[in-house]
Design a binder for this molecule. Structure first.
Ligand SMILES: C[S@@+](CC[C@H](N)C(=O)[O-])C[C@H]1O[C@@H](n2cnc3c(N)ncnc32)[C@H](O)[C@@H]1O
Length: 249
């Protein structure tokens, strides 16, 4: 066989191998996609608490250091309490994704009524037994699929960051009737592309150098005013926890 003939056969062999390799890769990707089918959010959040994936500190339910570290929680409580106290007539608050309620329990006294909502039934049952106040009502709901209680102000503290864009979209559609939204999100340091999609409960957008910004695409949530209330910069470039007050109408 001539040199050109051998070269031709070699090229055919390499191309066939490349095609087989691409086919195999495609098959693997499809298999991974099948494996990565998202769990229902309720199942994920139940497991987070059962397996203490956000820490434990010997508590039955622990919503993570962001709900407990005094340097994060104290300034938040001071700012949000002062906002709630600024109303002559106390307002009704819906705390969506209330978690272990270490934060929310300090806000109840500044409201007319406080709905504390979470998706994990065992957590809500525990809070109903251990945290009582006549103004306080615990509800076990999936805030992306169930109807929400009504009120003037929504608190969403480090909840949307865990959810997929489609769930965030469903939740935002229900927030148009609330005059105020106090939103806390864990964002990357520096500039970032907002709202990259994630699977619910499988880490937050920081891993994609992204974070939630509700007034940016694809959500484009309409507000009258946006005001950053406070921020806390985490060490080691781990991001920044930002609380924003949105006045919706
Ligand atoms: C990181 S914790 C934050 C808890 C609390 N907001 C705080 O800052 O201390 C997030 C909470 O949101 C709840 N959650 C997540 N998705 C939810 C959904 N679709 N409906 C209701 N609660 C949800 C979780 O179960 C969890 O308790």
């Amino acid at each position: 066989m001539s040199f050109n003939g051998e070269l031709f056969l070699l090229m055919v062999h390499l191309n066939t191998n490349n095609a087989l390799f691409s086919l195999r890769m495609k098959k693997n990707e499809n298999e991974i996609k099948k494996i990565k089918k998202p769990w229902a959010t309720k199942k994920v959040m139940k497991q987070v608490y059962e397996m203490n994936l956000w820490g434990t500190h010997n508590a039955e339910f622990y919503s993570g250091d962001g709900s407990h570290l005094p340097e994060i929680v104290r300034p938040y409580l001071a700012t949000v309490s002062s906002f709630l106290r600024s109303f002559k007539k106390p307002i009704t608050v819906c705390d969506l994704g209330c978690g272990d309620f270490n934060v929310g329990k300090e806000l109840v006294k500044h409201t007319c009524q406080y709905f504390a909502v979470d998706i994990v039934p065992e957590l809500i049952a525990h809070l109903q037994l251990t945290c009582k106040d006549e103004k306080l009502k615990f509800l076990c709901l999936d805030i992306s699929t169930d109807d929400l209680p009504t009120g003037e102000c929504v608190i969403l503290r480090q909840v949307l960051q865990h959810l997929s864009n489609i769930e965030v979209h469903h939740i935002l559609n229900k927030l148009k009737d609330f005059k105020f939204i106090i939103l806390t999100e864990h964002l990357p340091n520096g500039s970032f592309t907002p709202n990259k999609n994630i699977l619910s409960g499988q880490g937050i957008r920081i891993k994609k150098q992204s974070g939630i910004k509700i007034i940016a695409p694809p959500f484009n949530f309409q507000v009258k005013e946006e005001k950053q209330l406070l921020s806390y910069t985490l060490s080691e470039n781990k991001g920044i926890i930002v609380t924003t007050l949105y006045t919706v109408f």
